[in-house]
Write a protein that binds this ligand. Structure first.
Ligand SMILES: [Zn+2]
Ligand SMILES: [Zn+2]
Length: 557
């Protein structure tokens, strides 16, 4: 009768609707469907939103299903449970009752095999019995929220190349190819302005893979550059940009974060660290989406693949109203220039799912505005301020704060934070780089394009509060010059990227010795420091408020 009344559904798929039944114990849900397939589909979607207890494989529940011939409908009721039995069953005292509760009781029919139980059982006792085995009010609220919450769609530029090979997983057509011809997309000999392969992404759950892109290069120009096939969830769009075709992944923001966090850190990382990371990555991505929506027309700012050794560079973060978007045709790119995104190629662990789920939609704000949530691998003891690395401005929440945490040699903890190829760079807190004079001169010429002649000395002109060099004077036999800021210095002094610009220079004969601290720009959250804080039991909000002073975690509207 309840299902025949006009109640508000909680969720639906094609041909099936889900309701929360609130007239019995907690955690009772009903599904109405016109096909068994749609009933099963919605049922499994629903189960994904239910709590799994005690490391079990699936949620605990009683299930009742029937076919209603008069309306040609399949119907099901699911009663979620925590315990198998209430304390009454085990009690040896006067409140003992040899009553399940099993499937019959959870449907409201109490079976009392012993007559004495039938005589003495009271309504409060039976009510208590149901209460004890039903899911908690918090779990119930969580299920309802998972079923009804939504996520904005983000557009991610995955790869740009003259030709791209891909495969749509569900269509069975096998590997396909697109290329550019006359500024349009050539797909099987037909030219398109834009090519779109849609995929229905459920808003309540994490999406399954829907397509594959062949041979994507990741970590462009970094010491760990490599190529691999990559799997993605969400929809796929191709557009032409000059002589290249660009593959764009349209995907829910939370699904995007699932992959980003998994790429950035191991699933075994402390949960509170993963949650802190989910909030900063979400804030960062939303800021890029807002920027793109705000700005338009005009020519985007120079993009360039001038990433950095770990951590986001947060380019295009300038909210100065001008058209400085690093990417015009999508919100973010998939490389370290924005946030490393490898779709579902990366293994997604349970802890990462939990971290996104528990912080769903939460962002970091300062005075109502989204924070510029920069982060890097290891600050080296003190975090850096914005103006040492980028434009001449600073933010109240990006102060230089002491970080007594990141001088960490616990390989077990580090291996949960860094991916394999990042572990190859294990000397991150204190490092040393040596160059012969001729080697350094040739390197700087190659990296900067400026001929200083034979380099005589390197002189730090100005440092930021963490010790990172902001401007560096290069004195050579032909000329002298000043380079900066932080990233330019790191690029000039290494064939890939120097770990940081926080170093002291000395010489031994014709050898230059750079003794450095830290890895990355050091602004905002220090990932290794945050990992240590989390392993010491600190919560994600406390971690975030340490590195972003005065900022608050808020629910995105
Ligand atoms: Zn980018
Ligand atoms: Zn640190």
């Amino acid at each position: 009768a309840y299902l025949d009344s006009h109640v508000q559904p909680l969720s639906c798929v094609k041909d099936a609707t889900l309701y929360h039944f609130r007239r019995f114990t907690r955690g009772v849900y009903c599904i109405k469907a016109t096909t068994t397939k749609s009933l099963a589909k919605l049922f499994y979607q629903f189960l994904d939103c239910c709590p799994v207890l005690d490391e079990g494989l699936e949620p605990r529940f009683n299930l009742y299903a029937w076919y209603k011939a008069s309306t040609h409908e399949y119907r099901a009721m699911v009663v979620l449970r925590t315990e198998l039995r209430s304390h009454h069953f085990y009690s040896t005292g006067p409140d003992h009752l040899t009553i399940g509760p099993g499937a019959a009781e959870m449907a409201g029919v109490f079976v009392a095999p012993c007559e004495e139980d039938f005589v003495k059982a009271t309504v409060p006792q039976l009510t208590e019995m149901l209460q004890e085995v039903s899911v908690s009010a918090e779990d119930e609220a969580m299920i309802d929220s998972r079923l009804t919450r939504t996520q904005p769609t983000i557009e991610v530029g995955i790869v740009s190349a003259p030709q791209i090979e891909f495969e749509i997983i569900s269509d069975g057509a096998g590997p396909q190819r697109v290329s550019v011809e006359d500024g349009r997309i050539n797909y099987n000999g037909t030219l398109f302005d834009e090519l779109y392969f849609d995929s229905v992404t459920p808003s309540t759950l994490f999406a399954e893979p829907s397509f594959i892109i062949r041979e994507v290069t990741i970590g462009i120009d970094f010491h760990w550059q490599r190529r691999q096939d990559q799997k993605f969830a969400g929809s796929l769009k191709f557009i032409a940009e000059g002589d290249n075709v660009v593959a764009i992944n349209r995907i829910g923001l939370e699904d995007y974060l699932l992959s980003v966090i998994s790429s950035e850190m191991r699933a075994g990382a402390p949960l509170e660290l993963l949650k802190a990371h989910a909030v900063i990555s979400r804030s960062w991505a939303l800021a890029r989406m807002e920027d793109r929506r705000k700005v338009c027309g005009g020519i985007p700012g120079q993009a360039g693949n001038d990433g950095k050794g770990g951590g986001n560079d947060g380019r295009g973060a300038g909210n100065d109203g001008a058209c400085h978007l690093p990417h015009l045709n999508y919100d973010v790119c998939a490389d370290d220039h924005c946030q490393r995104y490898q779709g579902l190629t990366v293994a997604v662990g349970e802890n990462v799912r939990r971290a996104i789920d528990q912080t769903w939609g939460r962002v970091l704000r300062y005075g109502g505005s989204l924070c510029d949530t920069r982060y890097s691998k290891c600050c080296g003891g003190l975090t850096e301020i914005f103006s040492t690395c980028w434009e001449d401005r600073d933010y109240p929440y990006l102060q230089s704060v002491p970080c007594p945490y990141c001088d960490c040699h616990d390989r077990a903890l580090l291996s949960t934070v860094l991916n394999d190829y990042d572990l190859e760079t294990a000397d991150f807190h204190d490092w040393e780089q040596r160059y012969g004079r001729q080697e350094l001169s040739a390197l700087v010429l190659d990296r900067t394009g400026v001929d200083y002649g034979t380099i005589e000395s390197l002189e730090p002109v100005e440092r930021g509060p963490s010790g990172r060099i902001k401007y560096l004077r290069i004195n050579g036999s032909r000329q002298s010059g000043v380079i900066g800021k932080e990233l330019a210095i790191r690029r000039a002094l290494s064939s890939s990227h120097l770990k940081s610009s926080n170093f002291q220079v000395s010489t031994e004969g014709d050898t230059f010795i750079l003794k450095g601290k830290g890895w990355g720009h050091g602004v905002g959250l220090c990932q290794i420091g945050a990992a240590v804080m989390a392993s010491e039991g600190k919560g994600y909000i406390e971690i975030l408020q340490h590195y972003y002073q005065g900022a608050n975690v808020e629910q995105q509207q």
